[in-house]
Design a binder for this molecule. Structure first.
Ligand code: CUA
Length: 402
């Protein structure tokens, strides 16, 4: 196959005169241009197709694992096929008409010019209205269905959107801890729920400088952004709006781990504001709950004990203090500004800092403590310029929190 190479200027002038002469490339070159366009479009389509592939896709709304996601999928699928029908009809007609009535050699006359066709215009106004009316019936019914009040035995969890991680408070009377102010069990990054039981989520935007349960304060820049809470296999997106509580009711059919993420742009780390939902079987759930009600155990190992002292006291040379922002149940650390670390090393708490890092990878923990901003740009956790000794001790302490 021979490829014609034509200098750009010559190609351009030939092209322009070709267009003038009748919207055509100069003869002999037309095939090459068409072939090129074919390949470029083909490669583009292939790239788009491959971009949809992932070896271990864990976040698919098409693979529901609970009744809420199932209901949403059952609405999505028929609406999708109706949309496909409309697409094929409209685009097909455009293609058909463009090909059938294209300009041909020897037919140089201007076609008859018309303006307006009342019947057609009424038709294509009514047809979409009818399609929308048909789609509205199941849509409204699903909206009502999902807005129904949760069952009486539902578990209540308040989800708090921080910049940029998620906090979870178990607000039911029987989910209070046994120490201190007997507040709700509080976790971060991983929400643990019992499989098969309905969960009623209250979504609230939280702030970096306000305590748990405080009303959102617009004066504090951290809690004026909108997040969106989304676990594709369990439930669709719901906005988390400052000053307003939204709700999601869902349940997981079976025990498992489901990944989720923030779905509303909320600042620098929005794309990495991830979380996990872990659904446990009944006996695992019961023991998880009773463990959570206990204060953090006092560390026994010397290095962990040293880490506890570093954690609970101001750092030397006015570098700051871990307890200004974090809470650890049973100690003086009680701030709600940053993730609650009481159960940091519990087997369910597999990730931290917006689920960006593996809890059980000591190197990840050390890298994080060395300079949080270096591995998570924009994070609110400051660099305390910890020494390697301090880091090792803190890691040992965190590893004792199970
Ligand atoms: Cu939070 Cu995006």
């Amino acid at each position: 196959m021979q490829v014609h190479r034509v200098p750009v200027s010559r190609w351009y002038s030939a092209r322009v005169s070709g267009l003038r002469a009748g919207l055509r490339s100069p003869p002999g070159e037309r095939g090459t241009v068409r072939k090129k366009a074919f390949w470029v479009l083909g490669l583009l389509a292939l790239a788009l197709l491959l971009a949809a592939c992932a070896p271990n896709a864990t976040q698919s709304t098409l693979d529901p694992a609970g009744p809420t996601a199932q209901t949403q999928k059952d609405l999505f699928v028929p609406v999708f096929w109706i949309a496909v029908g409309v697409f094929v009809l409209v685009e097909g007609s455009i293609l058909l008409i463009a090909v059938k009535y294209r300009r041909r050699k020897g037919h140089e006359r201007i076609p008859k010019q018309t303006h307006g066709n009342t019947r057609l215009e009424i038709g294509w106004t009514i047809a979409p209205a009818l399609v929308l009316a048909v789609v509205m019936v199941p849509t409204v019914s699903v909206i009502w269905d999902l807005a129904r009040a949760p069952s009486a035995d539902a578990l209540h969890v308040t989800v708090q959107g921080y910049q940029w991680w998620w906090g979870f408070q178990y607000t039911d009377e029987d989910m209070k801890v046994s120490y201190g102010q007997q507040g709700p069990i509080t976790t971060a990054d991983v929400m643990v729920v019992p499989a098969g039981r309905q969960v009623d989520l209250t979504l609230e935007a939280a702030g970096g400088l306000i305590g748990p349960g405080d009303p959102p304060d617009p004066a504090k820049a951290d809690n004026v952004v909108i997040h969106s809470f989304w676990t594709p296999r369990l439930f669709g997106k719901q906005d988390v709006v400052p000053g307003r509580d939204n709700h999601i009711t869902f349940s997981a059919d079976a025990p498992g781990t489901f990944t989720g993420q923030c779905a509303e742009f909320c600042g620098l780390q929005h794309g990495l504001m991830k979380f996990k939902v872990v659904a446990l079987g009944q006996s695992d759930w019961d023991s998880w709950v009773s463990d959570r009600k206990l204060p953090a155990a006092d560390p026994t190992e010397a290095l962990a004990k040293k880490g506890e002292q570093i954690f609970l006291n101001p750092l030397s040379n006015d570098r700051g203090s871990c307890v200004n922002c974090h809470a650890i149940g049973g100690t003086e650390a009680s701030s709600g500004a940053a993730p609650n670390l009481t159960d940091f090393y519990d087997p369910t708490h597999t990730c931290f800092a917006g689920c960006d890092f593996d809890t059980f990878d000591p190197e990840a923990l050390k890298t994080w403590l060395r300079d949080p901003d270096a591995v998570k740009l924009g994070t609110k956790m400051p660099n305390y310029h910890l020494s390697e000794d301090e880091i090792s001790a803190l890691v040992a302490y965190l590893q004792s929190l199970k």
